[in-house]
Design a protein around this ligand. Sequence first.
Ligand code: GDD
Ligand code: MN
Length: 385
Amino acid sequence: MIEFKFFVNRLSKTINIARGSNKNGRGMLIPVVLLTIAIALALIHISVPASYYAYMVKKAGCELEGSCIDDDSYPTVTVIIPTYNEAKIIERKIRDVLRQDYPKDKMEVLVVDSGSDDGTAGIAEGLGVEVLRQEGRKGKGNALNYALSRSSGEVIIISDADSTWVGGDAIKKAVSLLKEYGGVTCIKEAYNKGIEKPYRDLYNNLRVGESCFYSTPIAHGEFFAFKRGLIEGFSEDIGADDSRASHEIAMRGNRFIATKSIVCKELVPEKGYLHWRIRRAQHLVQHFSKVLREIKEVRDPRYKRILQVESYLHLFNPWFLIVALSLDVASSCLNNITAIALLALFFISLLSAKARTWIITQFLLALSQVRNAFTKEIVWKKEAK
Ligand code: GDD
Ligand code: MN
């Protein structure tokens, strides 16, 4: 009889624990389960990009070599500068392109302006370059297609008005690399924003690492060079027209590379910085959402692997952090000391600039997915720089 009572007692205790109550009547199982799931998600969130990054950083040490070109066999180059209300900076941009060391009779500069009302087109014409005027504004991709149809170069280089190239031999370097590869983009530095640095360092390493591995699926409008004929045209329904074009180049069996030998400097908006980051994230999310739908068609296994990881990192990984954090908060609210300690650790990690940059980027990526449901920002508001 005593044994039977003991057995019933044990059984009821076990059932209580399973239902989430300890002897004080407080929940135990639920907070522990919540925390376990949170830790598992957080580990996935950290380990996938960390191992990808470690792998790509090792690769990034490679030399991406171009071919020598004789002075008289340089190809003709068209530099296309899309503009919308860039009066403040267009002169600096055009002078930066014209100072490049490249045979002038082989170089054409086209500014394609979409109805700026601040005199951008007039300033550009005054500097002696050809200006293509569009009446209204249908977006950067649309303007680039118009310029592409009017260009004559064997090599095309797209470059945003708010960027300059470090050194005077960016075009020569690109042309030499284009002997070996389908397309070339730069690595980027911000002119004016310290908080961009850790993010830029991470991204530059990844782009170069992917280029060494095979091909990078992210390109920069600050310097985007390719051989004529390798793309049909620029996308007008995906904001990241440049990255989309780099993907098209790679899908046709040509490598698209980012090189450390070409550095772009870019102006980062002083006002509206967060909106600017969200819009750019939105454009990349549009790009990778489309890539994911086409991933079955990718033939090169190396490029397929890059696309799988990058699509995952842009579309899914940010949510793992957000769900992990929410579960940890929920577990903390149920008095789980370990969850509270981990939450404190998370806030302490924000003191590190690298961790802060990473976490902010994750939230921006998630937010940008939500925002894409409402507006794609193919034609975007001009931020003051
Ligand atoms: N012609 C034309 N028409 N040019 C435009 C338009 C337009 O409707 N909208 C913007 N531009 C020009 C700008 O004047 C600038 O020279 C260039 O396109 C890039 O615009 P930014 O406003 O500087 O864009 P961003 O730096 O924030 O955006 C970056 O990411 C985009 C994808 O998210 C750039 O790298 C873009 O090139 C890229 O497409
Ligand atoms: Mn810009």
